[in-house]
Design a binder for this molecule. Sequence first.
Ligand code: ADQ
Length: 750
Amino acid sequence: MCIIIIKQKNIKAMNRFLIISNRLPVKIDVLDDDIDVKPSVGGLATGMKSVSRFFNSLWIGWSGVDKNQLTQKQLKSVNDALKREECVDVNLTQEEVELYYEGFSNKTVWPLFHYFNQFVEYEEEQWEAYKQVNRKFADVIAENIKGVDKIWVHDYHLLLLPQMIKERFPKITVGFFLHIPFPSYELFRILPWRNEIINGMLGVDLLGFHTFDYERHFMSSVRRLLGYDININEIHLPKRIVKVDNFPMGIDYDKFHNAALASQTRSVRDKSEIRKELERYYLLYPETKFILSIDRLDYTKGLINRLEAYEYFLENYPEYREKVTLVLLAVPSRIGVEQYQQMKSEVDEIVGRINGKFSSINRTPIWYFYRSMPFENLVDLYNYCEIALITPIRDGMNLVAKEFVASKTDGRGVLILSEMAGASKEMSEALIINPNDKEQIAAAIKTAIEMPLEEQIERNTFLQKRLKRYNVEKWGVEFLNSLEKVRKNEQKYLGMKLTASTQDKIIKDVCSGDKCIFFLDYDGTLTGFEDNPEHATPDKDLYGLLDELAENPKNHVVLISGRDKDTFQKWFGESPYTLVVEHGVWYKPAGDKWHMIEPLDAKWKESIRSSLEFYVDRTPGSFIEEKNYSIVWHYRKSDPELGFNRAIELKDELTSLVANLNLEILEGNKVIEIKNRGINKGRAAMHLLNSFPADKIVAIGDDWTDEFLFEELPEDTYTIKVGLSQTVAGYKVENFMEVRDMLKRLACER
Ligand code: ADQ
């Protein structure tokens, strides 16, 4: 398998690609006659800004200003600044900001995806605005699409955008990365617009999450809500495959590490005020341990729990009261949303309470900053504070944890991290805590204070190595490489797709032959799937089509299926075609009786049946189908995940049994079939070919059991696979309707 590594020096030469996110990486404030351009705060902006430096990209998003309110002069300054930063803005009106951003994005999706069900609002008006703004983004993309072959959409504000792009520009490769958790199906299903959202996300070619858990949750919702087939990490849509993977986001490690080194060596005059203050305090009280807490002020970040745990610590470990200071930096965030205002008051109150209770003449237990800080000050804090206390209730990843570790230039320092942050999956050397357990957090603070230096260095060395290796650039490159790979696979698939002109050629060639044999699978190839296989009866059109094809003495039609003999006898017993059933156990030439291809034994079924019955009892909706020489467990009607898991268990259980009995397990579409070893459609087809020679052969099937057919038949056979999955067949068509259309033409033109 070839992985395309995009070398840094070639990156700028790549086709331009678009980065799309709600906010641009710059925040523009309009001051009377001038404008102020600052980097945006937040994980997505800081992370992607580092990535975009390495690529030939254009960033599209909202700048934070309503252009309709600007004077000509201000407008020009804003436009100039955007151009300088390689950004294009999507202008949002005040009303759109309220309904789409503060509304649906932050009052519905954000709380729901972070498991704060109690805060979720279900407002139709906000949902309408969300759709409208996603469409607005699609319009701005359309204006900037020239020369673009890839689009990378980010985050929960734009969940509908991928589908909108795909509908308008089907040839453009679309990636999407969700920076927040994807909740479990039980939570996601609550949303009235769940299907629209999930379909919106499926407009992509590649979908990325921070962790495997989020990926798993998403897959589960797709299975349950839309019923699409999933093959490991590929979702098979009717016309496309969507790849889903996890890409844990890293940070610009060197930027933080080098800035921390520089901050240590600065002359007193050049040092930041905050660093001077920390150092002065440390000189006075050398035993002090600074505990750092940095986040956007958001209820998901667990600030209240953290403060309560700190209070619990001060109460229960009085010996440390004079030795710790909590540096609490909260960045104002979404101040227009009610819960955020309430939370701000609550934080103010608890900080006041703790400081009131535990302050002494010389010491204050919490230093509280409610503001954004320039990068250098942030690094000073990361570098100088010994302990970081990061306790989100839910967090997609949490970059602060990683930035803290990267800034520990001498390896000293202890990270206390919530198990609810995506980052905890890769940072197991941190002290991992449950953010709702204040006793555990307090004990972790004590452990952190007392941790021997060697242990701190040892833990941080591991962490730093990983962070340095899997940095944000690597994350971006890996995502884009995967996107490129998906694109190449799509092209390969399109190459195999039976185009109109290839179909013409095949039909012409087949029609020029003296004798043509058609091997046609039934379910999924000539007809669609039904929950109950008995309902998938042939319709009038199909009979007509097959009869017409078989009427021509130059044609020999063979229906070759895994179905049982009795069903096919009932459906096709009197028809003018050869029937092969049970994957090649029986065959029946037209007007003849059933023959066995080779003698077989069926006594073994007894011993397998009891195992299958056990699985039927434990898997509601599943059932056993008994054929003459095989036995099948069907789970199409069961809960998709349960069925999938039970199928794995069952296969596992049967493996040892079948080996002794010279049997084999066939895994079909939502079925597991146990049959005699060596019996397959390929062998049966070759047997028939000896009795009915032909100079042209066409074989069509959808299932992996048809792969035997494609593999065994002579090389010049026209092998056609129905569906998108991997195959050895020469051509692919999308569905059974296409098969019927082609057979119709073959019947008429031959
Ligand atoms: P956020 O919720 O914003 O990101 P986080 O990952 O911690 O959370 O990123 C915060 C960023 O803001 C950091 O890069 C940090 O340096 C910066 N920052 C914090 N305080 C600051 C301050 N006072 N001044 C300046 N900068 C400050 C979302 C998800 C996360 C996910 C990221 C990236 O909620 O779970 O990790 O996206 O995918």
